[in-house]
Design a protein around this ligand. Structure first.
Ligand SMILES: [Zn+2]
Length: 416
């Protein structure tokens, strides 16, 4: 068995504390208290401990069984412990990096009980006359709405994390506002941000941020808002002040590209044919094999080889829009004409099939019969709330606007 970090603490008989779900992070404090007690041993009579608690972190290749064998359990007893946990946690989830707490008797170090922490509960295994038995105990928690505000002086990332946002929340913001704000270039010194989110606070001191509820950022002095709302169809999304979805009918681009190697143009020297021809598409240069996603939901109209396009996929999106993705190295074998695709579904991989001088995606946006300039298209919003639902949204929006623009904070920020 690999060595694993083990911390021990003595528990006096008078207070069988292990019977309660002890938060793991309190251990350090308890250990310190026990050590103080040991130093004072010469003067004070110490209650002999009858049980000890040992915290174990599973190492690479270790299993619950291999750990328990180190605490005097034979294979069938270890299996019984595993079985008792099975209704609450999948056996394969108890693996390297997971922590558990073993309660052993002070004399011989034989296991008497076990605690396995989950996110919101602790599984407690004890020995009963019927055998090993596990029970789940909730870790008390509360949901608290937090608002983090700040002023951009260096970058939203640095000022945001300094103000108390996590890196994941800043990425979430960039995603929410992807059509409104370019998070790499639009911010100026003095721009502000205000983000409301729920935080789950556990009694053991852990804090976990939940989804962003509302946000206001000013980028280049222009404020933009997002409010989280669950639609009547049960879909979660972010909406602006007027109840328009911040999701658009089309993504900004169908792939993560290196650069645009050719813009939409009515006159272009064709690199292979050496003649002036229109290029009514966007060419995105990217490494061969880069996944290409459908920019909007729709129905597949064509997949396969088509002349200079090489491997081509065409998708119809409704309202007269369709998109074409050319020069693909490959198309997922299951993708067929007539299939429904969602925004963001992978429909192929970058290649240089057909007339192409290097790996890139040839992307066309068609409106009616015309190939239009996708980069100049004002992409319509995916959804506009209306009627009663808009009323419900407006109430929620106003509550969140109040939170985001707390007057006290304004005073604190601008003491003049
Ligand atoms: Zn092209």
């Amino acid at each position: 068995m690999e060595s694993h970090p083990v911390r021990e603490q003595a528990i006096p008989r008078t207070r069988p504390r292990w019977r309660r779900a002890l938060p793991l992070c309190l251990v350090v404090g308890v250990v310190a208290a026990v050590q103080l007690g040991e130093r004072a041993q010469n003067r004070i009579r110490v209650v002999q401990p009858t049980a000890r608690v040992i915290d174990v972190t599973l190492g690479t290749g270790e299993t619950l069984g291999s750990v328990l064998s180190g605490f005097g359990l034979d294979a069938s007893a270890a299996r019984a412990v595993g079985e008792s946990l099975r209704p609450f946690v999948k056996p394969q989830e108890i693996r390297s990096g997971k922590r558990l707490r073993v309660i052993v008797d002070a004399k011989e170090g034989i296991m008497q009980g076990l605690e396995y922490p989950l996110r919101e509960a602790v599984l407690s295994v004890t020995s009963t006359p019927e055998g090993w038995s596990a029970e789940r105990r909730e870790i008390p928690s509360a949901r608290v709405t937090r608002v983090v505000r700040g002023v951009v002086s260096r970058s939203l990332y640095r000022d945001g994390t300094a103000a108390g946002l996590t890196a994941a929340q800043i990425l979430e913001l960039a995603d929410i506002f992807q059509y409104e704000v370019d998070f790499f270039s639009d911010f100026r010194r003095g721009d502000t941000f205000s983000v409301a989110f729920e935080e789950i606070r556990y009694v053991d001191g852990r804090r976990e941020p939940a989804k962003i509820q509302a946000a206001e950022v000013t980028a280049g002095g222009v404020p933009v808002h997002a409010f989280r709302h669950t639609t009547e169809e049960g879909e979660d999304g972010y909406f602006d002040n007027d109840g328009r979805s911040l999701r658009r009918a089309f993504l900004r681009a169908p792939l993560n590209y290196r650069r645009i190697s050719s813009h939409y143009s009515v006159r272009r020297m064709h690199p292979i044919l050496r003649t002036v021809r229109p290029h009514l598409a966007i060419d995105y240069a990217a490494a061969a094999g880069t996944p290409v996603v459908c920019v909007g939901r729709g129905t597949v109209k064509f997949t396969g080889w088509h002349e200079g396009y090489g491997n081509l996929v065409e998708v119809a999106h409704g309202n007269g829009y369709s998109t074409r993705y050319g020069h693909l190295s490959r198309i997922p074998p299951g993708l067929r004409r007539g299939d429904r695709v969602a925004q963001g579904d992978v429909i192929g991989y970058v290649g240089q099939t057909g007339h192409a001088t290097g790996p890139h995606l040839h992307f066309e946006m068609i409106q009616g019969q015309r190939k239009i300039n996708f980069l100049a298209l004002r992409i319509p919003s995916q959804q506009q709330l209306a009627g009663e639902e808009l009323g419900r949204f407006t109430e929620l929006r106003d509550r969140h606007l109040f939170l985001l623009s707390d007057a006290e904070f304004r005073v604190a920020q601008n003491p003049s």
